[in-house]
Design a protein around this ligand. Structure first.
Ligand code: T5A
Length: 248
């Protein structure tokens, strides 16, 4: 199926989701198994407390699609929903996105980490924190988990350093739930197709395999409340799994 990359990625996404969000120390640890698990297995909080939800996964895992489907579901239930995507979502963030993904200038791993965190800091200040403060629900297409995985592990900057940078950038604001869409690197590449690829999407397949392996390690270690959902199959089937896993 042909992809509409420009329309999908070309606009800042800050449409109006319901507010609670949590500092990292509030999160419980995920069980040690790596099978699909429901939120009920990792938290005793009621679904009503899910005000900040992040989608994570490989490039092409289906995050954007699922973020939109979940936002539509919550809006149909009467919630105000704010969708954000990273990097970007603010004027400054979109400039940083261009530098990170479309530029030709060499970028080291630490530079990448700092730039992603800078874009995120602006997004938290301008969009996410105000939305949560007024009671909206925020659905993020990538958040801190992406930096921990891509820069912390795969680029070799170190998870703890990247975590510290992001604690400064976000003021410790972390999602109530992080949905990890599980697909293989080959499935994600097939979904991305042969269209225009950004600087990171052009990395070889081994890079994307490392990303997937790192997600399992890093997010399972307790960075946010993790819900791992099978991302394969039809988008509507995946959306139903996401809602079931979040009890929404
Ligand atoms: N990055 C980002 C970092 O290194 N550190 C960070 O801190 C952050 C925030 C962002 C890049 O920056 C990196 C990671 C990324 O490389 P991006 O383009 O904004 O780049 O983000 P991607 O995650 O790469 O976005 P993609 O759009 O490529 O992937 P998605 O959002 O996972 O997938 P989606 O929903 O756009 O779907 C991709 C295609 O598959 C189809 C869709 O229609 C679309 O064509 N599709 C399906 N097809 C079949 N079955 C399904 N179930 C499908 N779901 C979607």
């Amino acid at each position: 199926m042909p992809r509409e990359r420009r329309s999908r990625k070309g606009r800042p996404r800050t449409a109006a989701v319901g507010s609670g969000s949590s500092a990292p120390e509030q999160f419980g640890e995920r069980p040690q198994n790596s099978c699909l698990c429901s939120l009920a297995e990792v938290t005793d909080r009621a679904p009503a407390s899910l005000r900040f939800i992040a989608f994570e996964g490989a490039d092409g895992a289906g995050k954007t699609t699922q973020a939109r489907l979940l936002a539509a579901h919550l809006r149909a239930l009467g919630h105000e929903v704010v969708e954000v995507r990273e990097p970007g979502g603010t004027q400054t963030g979109e400039h940083v996105r261009t530098l990170l993904l479309d530029g030709d200038a060499p970028l080291g791993g630490r530079t990448e980490a700092l730039l992603f965190a800078a874009a995120r800091a602006q997004l938290v200040e301008d969009v996410i924190a105000p939305a949560l403060a007024r009671g909206a629900t925020v659905i993020a297409d990538r958040y801190v988990g992406s930096s921990l995985v891509y820069q912390g592990v795969v680029r070799g900057v170190g998870v703890e350093d990247v975590r510290r940078i992001n604690e400064v950038g976000t003021g410790g604001l972390m999602p109530d739930a992080t949905v990890l869409l599980a697909v293989t690197a080959e499935q994600a590449a097939a979904r991305r197709g042969a269209g225009a690829a950004d600087r990171i999407e052009r990395e070889p397949i081994d890079f994307h395999r490392s990303v997937i392996a790192a997600y399992d390690e890093v997010l399972a270690a307790g960075d946010g409340r993790l819900v791992r959902v099978d991302g394969t199959g039809d988008s509507e089937d995946v959306a139903a799994r996401v809602r079931e896993a979040l009890a929404l």
